[in-house]
Design a protein around this ligand. Structure first.
Ligand SMILES: N[C@@H](CCC(=O)N[C@@H](CS)C(=O)NCC(=O)O)C(=O)O
Length: 210
């Protein structure tokens, strides 16, 4: 049977989905998007729950290999198609990448992601609280990036792709990047990588008046 393009079940404005799109593009893998209508609750219906019991996008289907969870998908794609660059086998470098995947699933999800969910999707989180969490994370990121161009050394890895979207789009959640020059320079370095594709900007938060 001939190979089909990799399917990515996603929402266009989801940073979790965008990180997978980035890697698919950067690896030059043929793929197609399947838009999931979160607003209409499509992810809570039986056909989608069969793909991901957690009822969340993204989900990837690579010719019958179905993987849910953005970071799990990144790991799968890097190991299957990416060689050493994106997820090094070296125990120390690999652990450093994992540290940043955990940051993307932890402080980024509970801070920057939620701050944007409040403004873009009307989610019921307390703005002051999630904005404060966001700045705690950004301060750490700013310090870490004072020492190297990418999160785990001289070249981009999954660590950078997993953290990119919610940092880049933080103004949409009323989180300014003004005080973080190293972070802004890092975003530009990622945007200059071959295969980079942007997530559409939403005119909310600090961008609403522009
Ligand atoms: N840990 C998951 C989180 C994914 C996630 O939060 N997806 C959101 C969109 S950004 C979603 O599907 N939300 C719908 C819901 O939770 O009801 C991952 O990394 O894929």
């Amino acid at each position: 049977m001939s190979r089909q393009p990799i399917k990515l079940y996603r929402h266009l404005l989801s940073g979790h989905c965008h990180r997978v799109q980035l890697l698919l593009n950067m690896l030059g893998l043929e793929h197609e998007m399947v838009e999931v209508d979160l607003g209409a609750g499509e992810h809570k219906q039986a056909p989608f729950i069969k793909l991901n019991t957690f009822s969340q996008v993204p989900v990837m289907d690579d010719n019958g290999v179905v993987i849910a969870d953005s970071n799990a998908i990144l790991v799968y794609l890097a190991k299957r198609y990416g060689g050493q660059q994106w997820l090094p086998e070296d125990p120390e470098a690999g652990a450093q990448v994992q540290r940043w995947l955990s940051a993307a699933a932890g402080p980024v999800a509970y801070g920057l992601c939620r701050a944007r969910l409040v403004t873009v999707f009307g989610a019921p989180f307390t703005p002051e609280e999630v904005i404060e969490h966001s700045h705690v994370f950004l301060k750490v990121l700013e310090q870490e990036l004072a020492h190297r161009p990418f999160l785990v050394g001289q070249t981009a890895t999954l660590a950078d792709l997993a953290n990119y979207a919610y940092v880049a789009h933080s103004p949409e959640g009323n989180v300014s990047l003004e005080a973080y020059p190293n972070v802004r320079a890092w975003l530009k370095r990622i945007e200059a990588l071959p295969g980079f594709v942007a997530m559409p900007q939403s005119a909310f938060g600090l961008l609403s008046g522009q």
